[in-house]
Write a protein that binds this ligand. Structure first.
Ligand SMILES: C[S@@+](CC[C@H](N)C(=O)[O-])C[C@H]1O[C@@H](n2cnc3c(N)ncnc32)[C@H](O)[C@@H]1O
Length: 248
């Protein structure tokens, strides 16, 4: 990750932007797992605290949120009040067995070297009858775009370079069932509308640029072309995101 001074605000903004995509969908999930009546809630891989803040607003529970990266936790603590933030590894948590009513994570499993071990830990600290919810895990292998400008393919390369699994979405159901959870899988499938494209396209290509997969010159040309297409409403991007709700 970049060491520039704006790193904190930039990453917080990126997580806010990503969380917006599935905001309406999360409201249904919170009802489904009875978030309102939960007493103890955990978020794993909380980043800068965007989801933890939402969980605090939508429940009366005591919220604990962990992340392995202490810089993330520092930003989260600055941004969000009344949540207990801890620097912890999802694969080896300090919490007691059978402790939380609901455990959430979002855009986490794709980044883990050992997702099975992290899920085993989540199952351990979840109460019997409680829920473990992977709110959003993407599958870049199912990305469609038109006209073809290779943004999806470049994202796969960028993620693989960073050690992530770009195909995590399709593996989520098996991962949860193998961990002994009674699982319900939901697909969030929609193409980006003109407004989403306008708001997100530069950032999406910037990640490709920062991974050295295109030059500055190529980036400028691509962005010009993108906006030309978006203005004419002729740009289509689709990528499914998967959500798993597992009951212990
Ligand atoms: C893409 S970010 C998502 C952040 C947040 N869930 C959100 O959606 O806004 C993934 C986060 O997982 C954290 N992470 C990666 N490996 C982890 C691990 N083993 N234990 C805990 N957190 C981890 C990263 O530090 C990062 O903050």
């Amino acid at each position: 990750m970049s060491k520039d001074v704006d790193w904190g605000p930039k990453i917080h903004e990126q997580f806010r932007r990503q969380a917006k995509w599935t905001e309406d969908f999360r409201k249904q999930i919170y009802r489904q797992v009875s978030l309102k009546s939960a007493k103890r809630v955990l978020e794993v891989g909380c980043g800068t605290g965007v989801i933890a803040e939402e969980l605090k607003q939508k429940s009366n529970a005591k919220i604990t949120a962990i992340d392995i990266d202490e810089r993330m936790i520092k930003i989260a603590e600055e941004n969000v009040k009344d949540v207990q933030f801890l620097v912890e590894n999802a694969e080896k948590m300090s919490m007691k067995d059978n402790f939380f009513d609901v455990i959430f994570c979002q855009y986490l499993f794709l980044w883990l070297p050992n997702p099975k071990q992290a899920l085993r830990e989540m199952v351990r600290v979840c109460k019997k009858g409680g829920y473990i919810v992977a709110l959003a895990e993407p599958d870049y292998g199912a990305w469609l775009e038109y006209p073809e400008m290779d943004l999806g393919k470049k994202h796969i390369k960028y993620l693989e370079k960073e050690g992530a699994d770009p195909l995590m979405g399709r593996k989520l159901l098996s991962l949860f069932e193998e961990a002994g959870l009674q699982t319900y899988l939901v697909t969030i499938a929609q193409s980006w509308n003109q407004e989403n494209l306008r708001n997100n396209i530069e950032e999406e290509w910037k990640r490709v640029l920062e991974a050295d997969l295109i030059s500055e010159e190529e980036y400028s040309k691509i962005i010009e072309k993108e906006f030309e297409l978006i203005d004419k409403n002729q740009r289509m991007i689709f990528m499914p995101v998967f959500c798993a709700i597992g009951k212990k």
